[in-house]
Design a protein around this ligand. Sequence first.
Ligand code: FRU
Length: 497
Amino acid sequence: MEHTTNKHSKHQAFIAQADEALLKKRNAVDAAFRLHYHVMPTAGWMNDPNGMIHFNGDYHLFYQHDPYQAKQGPMHWGHVRSKDLVHWEHLPVALAPSEEYDKGGDGGQGCWSGSAVDDNGTLTLIYTGHVDGKTPEEVQCLATSKDGVIFDKYAANPVIGDSPDAKRFGFRDPKVWKRGGKWYMVVGYGKDGIGKAIVYTSCDLLKWEFAGAAAESDGSMGDMWECPDLFPIGDADKHVLLISPMNIAPVKNLYLSGTFDYESCRFDKQYAEQIDYGFDFYAPQSLLDDKGRRIMIAWMNIWGATMPEQAHGWLGAMTLPRELTLAADGSLRSNPVPELIALRGRHAAAADLTLDEGRFVEIPGVRGDSLELIAVFDMSSSDASEFGLRIRCSEDGSSYTEIRYAKSEQKLYMDRNLGGAGDGGVSAAPLQPAADGRVQLRLFIDRSSVELFANDGRIVITNRLYPDPANVGIKFFARGGSAVIETLDAWELSSIW
Ligand code: FRU
């Protein structure tokens, strides 16, 4: 595709200004809630992951970013790059609002969410230009780069100037992929109270043809589907559609699995479930890497929440990268990528540990705010009605976040009502013991987050936590009987920064 490169363009001047603002602000950021091994902005605001791609041997992750303030403002695209999905380097801001189709308006404006493709060696970003109050308010745009760092906007933007229907509620967050020499774009859409994922096709990324709705809400799945991501998975050409529905309570993320017909561009849903049962998981996006893995990252926050780190000069983080696989029944498994093992340091372990009713058990060496922990509970030798652990416990025991499995309900809970600052609340997810009768809990605890993967990624609960930094205790417990921890492994995880 032809594109113009002009390092001294108006766009590059806005980018230079944004990078300069970040340099000044980064020293003023308070360390208290800064994460050890999660992607976060050096300063300012971060939301959705954008443009995830494995390009020329590097993983690129862009993100919605306001470099000037720790709140949502004119959106830029921040940019980090990694060789191993574990260690990330911050690169210059990739996109800044600079043109009439992505700048201006009284409230929201900017380079909103989108995706990236490798177009014959040109890294191409496809994003939504958003200007509040403008007609049309949302259009789809391109920007390109040869070196994967400096991006120029396509001179004839927008490439899609209006939505199929002017009376739509939203038209944004294009995710593009290639199949059989043709480009496909799925875009988030809402009309008459019904959220949809609509599809466009193109031969050159420049001219797009509307192909209809791939899928839409049955009335219970929200009125606008933000950040749709549609991709093939597994060997049988199954497809998964990730969506972030708006105005739906309380579920804020869903996946549909089924088949996608590349002729009619219709998605046939066979299975649907929440992607993550935590509060702080939104707008996931995925990439396909050179090992054929489908890897997903999401924003580890949620709109409308109390966000204690805002007062510290920054906001927002990404979840750990998770590899997605599809089980035979159509349900997803999401597991942290194995590369994260590189972070493991000091190890502590225990085995065949009986937790007696009413006692809290601490295990030597198992405490901290930067930890991976794998606990396997043997249900056959446990008669407790509930068991689990408290993390980020204060010395006096009054503050903690509790993770518990309720046997008769077959539910996994994460209760952060006594967890510290922030919103509190209890996350709940259905979970059956594995076929061998075990319940496996794998936790990644960081300074202000916890990600809980149960039974090899069958269920995931992601939450931000804002305890006093001194609260690093971990205590195991059982209620209504005793429970047996068959094996426990814990590793301190080193910082990537
Ligand atoms: C989702 C979202 C997107 C939009 C972006 C703006 O969190 O609302 O729909 O493109 O954030 O930052």
